[in-house]
Design a protein around this ligand. Structure first.
Ligand code: FES
Length: 174
C-alpha cells in the first residue's frame, strides 16, 4: 500500500516535471517562431498596385519614410531610355517607379508635377524625371529604390525578391 502510494507520488512528480519541461520547450519554440524584435519594429510594408492610376503619384510610408509609387503611362514607357527602363518594376505589363520619396541632396520631399511628368524639389530646385533619375542639380544621385519583392500585384517593401536582385546585379541599386 505504502509502495503503491509512493509510486503514485513519483508518477505525479515525474509528470509535473515533464509538464514543466514541455512547457519550457514550447515557450522556446514559440520564441524561435516569432520574428526578431528588430524585424517586427522595422516592419514590412505591403502595397497593392492593382488600383494605382497612371501618372498619379501615390505616397505610402515605410520605416518612417515616404515612398513614391508612380504608374507610368504608355507614352512615358515608350519614350524612356535604357537607364530609366532598368529602374521600372514591371507587373503584368504595367511599369511602376517605386522609390523612397526623399531628395538625395538634403532629404526634402520632392513634389510630382503630373503635367511635366517630373519631380521638383522646392528646397534647392533639384529635379528628377519620372524614373527618379536626377535631371537638375544639386541632387547628386537618383531617388533611392527600397528593397522590394513582388508577389502578384503586391509589392512588399523591406523584402528582397528576384527583381530587386536583378537591379542590384545591373548596378541600379547599391
Ligand atoms: S534637398 Fe532637394 S534640392 Fe536640396
Amino acid at each position: 500500500m505504502e509502495k503503491s502510494s509512493r509510486r503514485g507520488f513519483m508518477g505525479k512528480a515525474f509528470g509535473a516535471v515533464a509538464g514543466v519541461g514541455a512547457l519550457g520547450s514550447l515557450v522556446a519554440m514559440k520564441q524561435s517562431w516569432d520574428p526578431l524584435p528588430s524585424v517586427k519594429a522595422a516592419g514590412f510594408t505591403e502595397i497593392d498596385l492593382s488600383g494605382v492610376e497612371e501618372n498619379k503619384l501615390v505616397v505610402e510610408k515605410w520605416r518612417g519614410k515616404p515612398i513614391f509609387v508612380l504608374k507610368k503611362t504608355a507614352d512615358m514607357v515608350s519614350s524612356q531610355s535604357e537607364a530609366e527602363l532598368a529602374r521600372d518594376i514591371i507587373i503584368d505589363g504595367s511599369h511602376f517607379m517605386i522609390t523612397i520619396g526623399l531628395c538625395t541632396h538634403l532629404g526634402c520631399i520632392p513634389a510630382y508635377r503630373s503635367a511635366k511628368k517630373d519631380f521638383l524639389c522646392a528646397c534647392h530646385g533639384g529635379e528628377f524625371n519620372a524614373s527618379g533619375i536626377e535631371t537638375k542639380s544639386p541632387p547628386p544621385s537618383p531617388l533611392v529604390i527600397p528593397p522590394f519583392k513582388v508577389v502578384g500585384n503586391t509589392v512588399f517593401l523591406g523584402e528582397v525578391g528576384p527583381e530587386y536582385e536583378k537591379m542590384k546585379a545591373d548596378g541600379v541599386v547599391a
